[in-house]
Design a protein around this ligand. Structure first.
Ligand code: NAD
Length: 245
């Protein structure tokens, strides 16, 4: 990592009002990037921007599943060098047989459609400039399939497939697209889950603890750097030793 590496570059980070997105925004801003914080939670977005005071940040309140809003947001930027798709929701903790269709559609809309739309609209700008880094936050659930989180798992498996295809499509343009697959991290998303569900995840973890948002952001920071130069269409685990493939 090079100090000031991202001076003059713009990073778009979705889900940046809290959790992993905010931790990523903090790291990219510290390296000099202009960071565009995207989230649908306006109050938390304002607080996040405030917490980064001194850095070059701007905010965009939108729903990542709204294509017109995403196209307007990306179209309004002179350039995009880095895109980190972190907006996501967990959905209900119930088996397939009890999963409401409305929740299926809501989870897919944020986790898959939102990631797809930002990639679709930002990648051409990056390719035209000849340099870009895309990082999609998937999940270990997308590789393993987590019982009672079936649609979350499906949405993240789809994000992994999208990223693998995109990485190949963009090969040769200077734009790299990779995914991160974390196990449970200590953020609001996990705080909102039942103790029993979190206990199951902890019991599967050889390191026997939750990861932190900043541990994930450190990996994303590297994936956004010039030092990451020979990886694309790849999935990087961050699982406390839980991932087995
Ligand atoms: N925390 C974990 O254990 C964990 C593990 C694996 C993967 N992930 C993934 O990492 C990403 C970030 O998770 P987190 O733990 O920081 O979650 P979080 O709940 O702390 O933050 C997610 C942010 O996304 C925003 N968001 C949700 N729907 C949106 C929409 N339609 N449009 C715009 N913004 C929206 C929320 O307002 C929130 O600020 C998610 O994609 C999540 O699935 C998290």
């Amino acid at each position: 990592m090079v100090a000031g590496e991202h001076i003059g570059r713009t990073a778009v980070v979705t889900g940046a009002a809290r959790g992993i997105g905010l931790a990523v925004a903090r790291r990219l801003a510290a390296l000099g990037a202009h960071v565009v914080l995207v989230d649908r939670d306006e109050a938390a977005l304002a607080a996040a921007a405030e917490s980064l005071s001194g850095a070059r940040v701007s905010t965009l309140a939108l729903d990542v599943g709204d294509e017109a809003a995403v196209a307007r947001a990306i179209g309004g930027l002179d350039s995009v060098h880095m895109l980190v798709n972190s907006a996501g929701i967990a959905g209900p903790t119930v088996p397939v047989t009890e999963y409401p269709l409305a929740d299926f559609e809501a989870v897919m809309r944020v986790n898959l459609t939102g990631t797809f739309l930002f990639c679709k609209h930002a990648a051409p700008k990056m390719a035209a400039a000849g340099w870009g880094r895309i990082v999609n936050i998937a999940s270990l659930a997308g590789k393993e399939g987590t019982p009672n989180a079936p649609i979350y798992s499906a949405s993240k498996a789809a994000v992994i497939g999208l990223t693998k295809a995109l990485g190949k499509e963009l090969a040769g343009t200077g734009v790299l697209a990779n995914a991160v697959a974390p196990a449970a991290l200590d953020t609001d998303m996990v705080k909102n889950m039942s103790d029993a569900h979190v206990e199951i995840m902890l019991n599967k973890s050889p390191l026997r603890r939750l990861g932190s948002a900043d541990e994930c952001a450190a990996m994303v920071q590297w994936l956004c750097s010039g030092e990451c130069s020979f990886s694309t269409g790849a999935v990087f685990d961050l699982s406390g030793g839980r991932a087995t493939y």
